[in-house]
Design a protein around this ligand. Structure first.
Ligand SMILES: [Zn+2]
Length: 117
């Protein structure tokens, strides 16, 4: 056996494979949130069993996946619809008025378009 055939096959040597075209094994990013609100993102193999808790990277608290899995349960966070947001800024009466104005304007423009044609 020539010494050439062993080149690149010894332990500890760099892989001879090209870095392009490598298919990484599927992985998943898992976010952990600690009671202080720090977010730690860990990458696990897709087959790995994801631990429910993880040591926070920024403080001594234990971070969990809870807040990420159920974002609606975060205190004070309620999913709002567009209508909810609109009603926070304007009263019903104001909205009725705006709607009436918009409809009147639309009618005017339609009438003008009808005349033009
Ligand atoms: Zn923390």
């Amino acid at each position: 056996m020539s010494s050439d055939s062993l080149r690149g096959s010894r332990l500890g040597t760099q892989s001879q494979e090209k870095t392009t075209g490598i298919s990484y094994s599927p992985r998943q990013n898992v976010k952990y949130v600690c009671p202080k609100g720090h977010t730690s993102e860990m990458i696990f193999s897709a087959e790995a069993e994801i631990p429910h808790t993880w040591q926070c990277k920024q403080c001594p608290e234990t971070a969990t996946t809870d807040a990420v899995e159920a974002p609606a349960q975060i205190v004070g966070h309620v999913t709002k619809t567009h209508l909810d947001q609109l009603l926070e800024r304007r009263s019903r009466d104001e909205l009725e008025e705006i709607l009436a104005e918009a409809l009147a304007d639309l009618k005017k423009r339609r009438a003008a378009a009808a005349k033009a044609s």
